[in-house]
Design a binder for this molecule. Sequence first.
Ligand SMILES: *Cc1c(COP(=O)(O)O)cnc(C)c1O
Length: 372
Amino acid sequence: MPYRRYAWVEIDSGAIAHNVAALKARTPAGTRFMAVVKADGYGHGAAQTARAALGAGADRLGVATVEECVSLREAGVSARLHILSEPPVESIPLLLEHDVVPTVTSRAFATALSREAARLDRETSYHLKIDTGMNRIGVRAEDAADMAIRLDGLPGVVMEGAFTHFATADVLADWDFDRQMERFGAALDEMKTEGVRPRIVHAANSAATVLHPEAHFDLVRCGIAIYGLHPSAATRGSIDLRPAMSVKSRVSFVKRVGLGDGVSYGLTWHAGAPTTIATLPLGYADGVHRLLSNRMDVLIGGRRCRQVGNVCMDQLMVEVPAGLEVSPGDEAVLVGEQGGERIVMNELAEAAGTINYEMACGFALRMERIHL
Ligand SMILES: *Cc1c(COP(=O)(O)O)cnc(C)c1O
């Protein structure tokens, strides 16, 4: 039996390699490329994504947590590895053990990192995060030079890079984006005047990599686009990305229902005429958000079937359109292609009132992943 259950996720590694190459082609030769593989590679598998991306020219990886660093190292990934926010001070020994480049946003962390590195007679790099307007994390742009000078003399640590992150990179011709660019430029100029020159300056996420060449600097940090998903409508049409994730299942049960019969918890849907209902063995615990109830389609036999009734934890039901013969064991596609029909991640994300980023992450909750 190919699968332990009749619901699974397929990942096309070739698509990830294609997307990395397409993004790299947008940046000048010599620009470094960080593949962002946090949250288990946006649900696509961190280690497998890392391998595909590194094979296609990525030269370093970005993650969100220390745990993610450790599991990549345990999976045998030896590439340069960044953690994109300042981790707990208590994790510093682990960071050094696994050769992780942390983000620094506080003097306390930098000092503790320096102390531990000096104790081990090591030298370790960090990147300074500068807040230019997103107001999430980072040293305020106007304080960046001052902070850089204070950290400059610490033994055992080197500021290899300085970076910022955009709040609105996915919009074209945006005043807030321009303001962030100006503040970042001013902070870097001030640092230069004070004699602090980070070797690697970076700012661009996927959207900025595609839409804002002026934000490429020395390195780009691409997440969503390496998975073949667009960060916003603005990038669609301007770069050829191939979605890497498909979500598939097999029909587990088929039945006829009569006029007026209800389906699923709460009986929120009733048959307007005698019809056929097929059950699929996946639900909200697999990432098919309950908000999608009565609002999504599934492909069976190359045809769109409307999902009906509330999505359950482990199962969901669809109405089989007239003229389509469906039997248990037939393949159903929730995301991907079947018989020339296609459902993209965005269709589900929009129906659930969220973004493709969150939708993709959700499909990693419980389903087995097959890497093609
Ligand atoms: C997640 C993240 C990225 C990647 O963003 P995408 O929009 O997925 O390309 C880049 N930089 C930082 C700091 C991040 O947290």
